[in-house]
Design a protein around this ligand. Sequence first.
Ligand SMILES: Cc1ncc(COP(=O)(O)O)c(C=O)c1O
Length: 290
Amino acid sequence: MTTRINFKGEIGQDAFISVLDHGFLFGDSVYEVVVTQNGVPCFMKGHLKRLRNSAAGLTMEIPWSDESIVEQIMRTIKDAGNAESYVRIIVTRGVGELDIDPTSCSNPELIVLVTELKPYPLSSYEKGINVALVSVKRNSRDTVNPGIKTGNYLNNVLAKVESNRMGAQDALMLNHQGHLTECTTSNFFFVVEGRILTPSLDCGILAGITRDVLLQVAQENGVLVEQGEWPPESLSKADEAFITGTVKKVMPVTHLDGRSIGNGQPGPVTRRMMRLYDEALEEEGKSSSG
Ligand SMILES: Cc1ncc(COP(=O)(O)O)c(C=O)c1O
């Protein structure tokens, strides 16, 4: 496995950032995770758009063009030389006063971290995973909006710790209204009588790029996906469930709090969406622009 880190345009095996960077001091940063398919970083347009939206949500300016960010990503991927890459793009607020006010930070930093893409174990896809409904709530949209992908993931860290304690592979969080939202690093879907249901963006979730692609391929293939607000009790009617994320792709959830969802096996709708997403990814890997 080769890891390469691009910091200030220089690529090395590691990089060192000032402890006075507000990204370090306050989690004042934004980031994206992208994976490659056939060496092509996938769905870059969506990722770069979300990176800029996230930065705007923190009133942070990204001074680099999309082209120059892509150029740094490509240089780093090439230098690392892995078969397929995991790419983390981080923009921090930069160095400033030892004070929460970001106005003293005039130079944001761009960090591109590339390492070998390590897919999740095959068994997670063949058997599905167990997800725990945790007591930690997803942040409300009027706090650190879950729609922006910041370097402060502490709420999700706490949710993950709780799900670890419950012996589950991930945590499913409710919002403060008691509606389903998402897992710690993935969006959540469930299937009732052949229909796919998923929390709407208004529930306070990240607009996942994988979620977007899934909604698109579902529409193209005549699969109905309903977005809305659902209490956790609606999961008692679920025949299937799955989560989506850039690295996880589409992963079946076959157990909730240790109890079977449906027959406790990845169901036909989930399998179909796994296949459709894989095809979309394969198609994306054929494009030269990503
Ligand atoms: C909270 C949260 N929800 C959903 C996702 C899935 O987003 P994407 O499909 O863009 O990877 C992520 C990704 O890290 C996430 O952190």
